[in-house]
Design a protein around this ligand. Structure first.
Ligand code: UD1
Ligand code: CA
Length: 449
């Protein structure tokens, strides 16, 4: 069956006390909104529509950065959750099947839970996701009778007896998409907040003689983020689960509590991750690779048998083939290192391709930036780049070539050649002692301080 997802993300999020729209605050290395999009995508939906409002341009960009397939619609002004859903109606007017409403600030709803809601649709026209929080606070309450949901009462509109109900509204709701849009079109603002409440579609559905029900999930899934403290708590919850998942998937973490994952970190079985390793977005580590302590990785791919660190930084576009060794204080950006390349220490490789089994000496720098443009460095296979070589890009070093330590390489080096690009050394006999004696004499003439 086809399914469409509608993600509400128009709110300002005033309690974040920020100029940045709430759903763009970072959670597990990516904008918070990407978590809801990731859950949505797991259902293989035919459409995903994000309802934007505050910071619409930035939110739209973030949604499309996640997946160009995502559509966005502007809600202006923001007149409530029901009004937000109604904005998606023109885009989804011909959508078949069900629609599910998610919130951009509720990142941890599991795809399995949404599948359970879709399954419950065989019994109910409208299905709502409920949960029992330890602190029910100001959530809307589900008024139920057996497996039927009679209506949802917002906290501000609820009686004392209704406020005592432990079952709360997560905000996630599912219905046939044509039914959903017909119902939201009939909402009114006759309530304590003068808003179009999405929650009121339950009563509207029942008035049409439709059945309405609910499924429940754990509170950890419906954690909504309204404040920076809740954002920090959500980050901790994400990291805790990611560490457990990694260990269960056969990854060795020598100090799990010090390793930080991103939403899309992929690590193969029998990889080893040392202490204090931070994964930014888009990192893939194949089975058996080793990341030693204190590394920072982002947008990179590390193949089997490779070892990285300690204290290495891999930036977007770093691609390490099998058995590559990257040691301490090495930074790699937008560079492909073929099989068996060794970069032991104190090196920057940017905008480069290094052929297989080449050795890069300590202190090597690809001088890739002239202040305006970036340039490429091409190094062949089985080459040996001497320590402290400056490679002034664009430049090519051929297969089996060698550069002398301390060289500044400004011209291409042919295959098999030795390139020496440094001043010749001159020794002056006795001059060191003479020089020092003169300095001491000058100091003595000045007298004691
Ligand atoms: C909503 C629910 C409440 C539920 C709670 C769970 C309604 C009327 N109430 O309340 O029952 O317990 O969520 O967190 O639905 N949004 C828009 N446009 C708007 C208004 C909101 O896009 O005009 C978005 C917000 O950005 C946010 C989500 O909808 O992502 C929820 O809005 P919020 O104002 O937080 O709803 P609550 O009052 O918390
Ligand atoms: Ca909220």
């Amino acid at each position: 069956m086809q399914v469409s997802l509608i993600i509400l993300a128009a709110g300002l999020g005033s309690r974040m006390n920020s100029d940045l729209p709430k759903v763009l605050h970072s959670l597990a290395g990516v904008p918070m909104l990407h978590h809801a999009l990731n859950t949505a995508r797991a259902l293989e939906p035919s459409r995903i529509v994000v309802v934007t409002g505050y910071g619409s341009t930035q939110v739209t960009k973030a949604a499309q950065d996640f997946d160009a397939f995502t559509e966005c619609v502007l809600q202006d002004p923001q007149l409530g959750t029901g009004h937000a859903v109604a904005q998606a109606a023109p885009l989804l007017s011909d959508a078949e099947g069900d629609a599910i409403v998610l919130y951009g600030d509720t990142p941890f709803v599991r795809p399995e839970t949404l599948q359970a809601m879709l399954a419950a649709r065989s019994r109910h026209a409208v299905v709502v996701l409920g949960f029992e929080p330890r602190d029910p606070a100001r959530y809307g309450r589900l008024i139920t009778q057996g497996s039927d949901l009679l209506r949802i009462t917002e906290y501000k509109d609820a009686t004392e007896a209704e406020r005592a109900i432990p079952l709360c509204n997560s905000g996630v709701i599912c219905a046939d998409s044509k039914t959903l849009f017909r119902l939201v079109a009939n909402l009114t603002t006759n309530n304590a907040q003068g808003e179009y409440y999405l929650t009121d579609i339950v009563e509207l559905a029942r008035a049409e003689g439709l059945t309405t029900g609910y499924v429940t999930c754990d509170e950890s899934e419906t954690l909504g983020i309204n404040t920076r403290a809740q954002l920090a708590a959500a980050e901790a919850q994400f990291q805790s689960r990611a560490r457990t998942d990694a260990l269960e998937n056969g990854v060795t973490l020598t100090a799990p509590d010090t390793v930080f994952f991103a939403l899309d970190t992929h690590i193969g079985r029998d990889a080893t991750i040392g202490p204090h390793v931070i994964f930014g977005p888009a990192v893939t580590i194949e089975s058996g690779a080793e990341i030693k302590g204190f590394c920072h990785l982002e947008g990179c791919h590390i193949s089997r048998g490779a070892s990285v660190g300690p204290f290495a930084r891999l930036r977007p576009g770093a691609e390490l083939a099998e058995d590559v060794h990257v040691g301490n204080f090495v930074e790699i950006k937008n560079a492909v290192l073929d099989e068996g390349v060794k970069v032991g220490h104190l090196t920057y490789l940017g905008d480069a391709h290094i052929g297989e089994f080449t050795n890069i000496g300590a202190g090597t720098v690809t001088c890739n930036y002239d202040g305006v443009m970036k340039h490429h460095t091409e190094i062949g296979k089985n080459a040996f780049i001497g320590s402290n070589t400056m490679l002034i890009a664009p430049v090519t070093v051929g297969d089996n070539a060698l550069t002398a330590s301390g060289s500044v390489i400004t011209d291409n080096v042919p295959p098999d050649a030795l390139a020496i690009g440094r001043a010749r050394q001159v020794n002056k006999p006795g001059l060191a002692t003479k020089f020092m004696d003169r300095l001491r004499a000058i100091k003595a003439a000045k007298g004691p301080k």
